[in-house]
Design a protein around this ligand. Structure first.
Ligand SMILES: Cc1cc2nc3c(=O)[nH]c(=O)nc-3n(C[C@H](O)[C@H](O)[C@H](O)COP(=O)(O)OP(=O)(O)OC[C@H]3O[C@@H](n4cnc5c(N)ncnc54)[C@H](O)[C@@H]3O)c2cc1C
Length: 275
């Protein structure tokens, strides 16, 4: 995290843009239980769009639907989502994060509704879920912006591949679909969101073998992870995007990051005892 405040993220985004990296902001938070909280999150994002414009940044937004009130009802959530999409304007995609598997149907339903009305909305799909191949197949003809990730939640084996190796292979298969001639014809914006260097290489090689231009898809990573690779991709002519998370509600997000990489636990502990 660059810091807890929007202004911290804006300062980091300015620095990253200078280095040729584009940014996406997300305010940490999920599973809002009060309508007023969901409305406050929407207001925050509207204000963030004002600041992004004032500073002339190319930053886009990524939102979690449970932070916009999905648990309180799809209708409430959609009202907030729509305000953000409209304010973002047609040139700036509002990405919808994908949360735990029980939210996938509702998330895709609201995404499809928004996409039918506005061009500037994108969605995240998770390679660890068995269903994602079908979801991707049905979304490609809509020419949507699609971000492919491995998936960050603890899921049961009847929904998600339990073995990392299978998740990685599925990621690559899905990435190939995302970069397929059919997807390109449909106008899909393909976001390959991983820090996995082996997968990044495979995607680069596959794209080159298909004679895809480097500007025809993009890589996305989290702020502070694989920084050298983020810069290397930008230097090599790829679109390299960095997702910056900020805000005070960092605990669940942070725990997912720790669970992904146990080495991080040691890193945190070392810092606790040496600072
Ligand atoms: C832009 C973006 C948006 C995302 N949006 C979503 C979403 O909406 N829904 C969702 O479920 N998940 C989302 N994720 C998280 C994603 O699902 C994975 O959990 C996360 O990216 C780790 O998987 P990986 O592909 O990097 O591969 P891994 O195999 O987990 O990691 C590959 C290598 O990257 C490095 N690395 C990975 N994670 C860390 C870390 N936390 N700290 C330090 N090094 C690390 C390590 O060197 C590791 O060996 C998003 C990720 C990105 C980059």
């Amino acid at each position: 995290m660059p810091g807890e405040e929007l202004e911290d993220a804006l300062a980091a985004a300015r620095e990253l843009e200078r280095k040729g990296l584009r940014t996406i902001f997300t305010k940490l938070g999920e599973n809002i239980t009060e309508e007023s909280e969901a409305a406050a999150v929407a207001e925050h994002y509207l204000g963030a769009l004002d600041r992004i414009r004032e500073l002339g940044l190319m930053t886009e937004l990524s939102v979690k639907l449970t932070q916009l009130g999905l648990d309180l009802g799809g209708g409430i959530c959609y009202v907030h989502l729509e305000r953000i999409i409209v304010k973002a304007g047609t040139e700036s995609v509002v990405w919808i994060d994908m949360e735990a598997s029980e939210y996938v149907d509702r998330t895709l339903e609201l995404f499809r509704r928004a996409k039918a009305a506005y061009p500037n909305v994108g969605v995240c799909l998770q390679a660890y879920l068995y269903r994602t191949a079908d979801d991707l197949g049905s979304l490609i003809p809509t020419g949507s912006a699609i971000r492919l990730v491995k998936g960050a939640y603890r899921e049961p084996p009847d929904r998600a591949f339990p073995r990392k190796k299978d998740v990685d292979e599925n990621f690559f298969d899905l990435a190939k679909k995302l970069l397929s001639p059919e997807a390109r014809r449909a106008g899909v914006r393909a976001g390959i969101a991983t820090h996995d260097l082996a997968l990044i290489r495979r995607v680069e090689q596959y794209a080159a073998s298909q004679r895809l231009g480097k500007e025809e898809f993009e890589f996305q990573m989290l702020y502070g992870i694989q920084r050298a690779e983020q810069l290397r991709l930008a230097r090599d002519g790829y679109q390299s995007h960095v997702l910056l998370a900020y805000g005070s509600y960092w605990f669940p997000w942070y725990m997912r990051r720790l669970a992904e990489r146990p080495a991080n636990v040691m890193f945190v502990l070392r810092n606790l005892f040496t600072s």
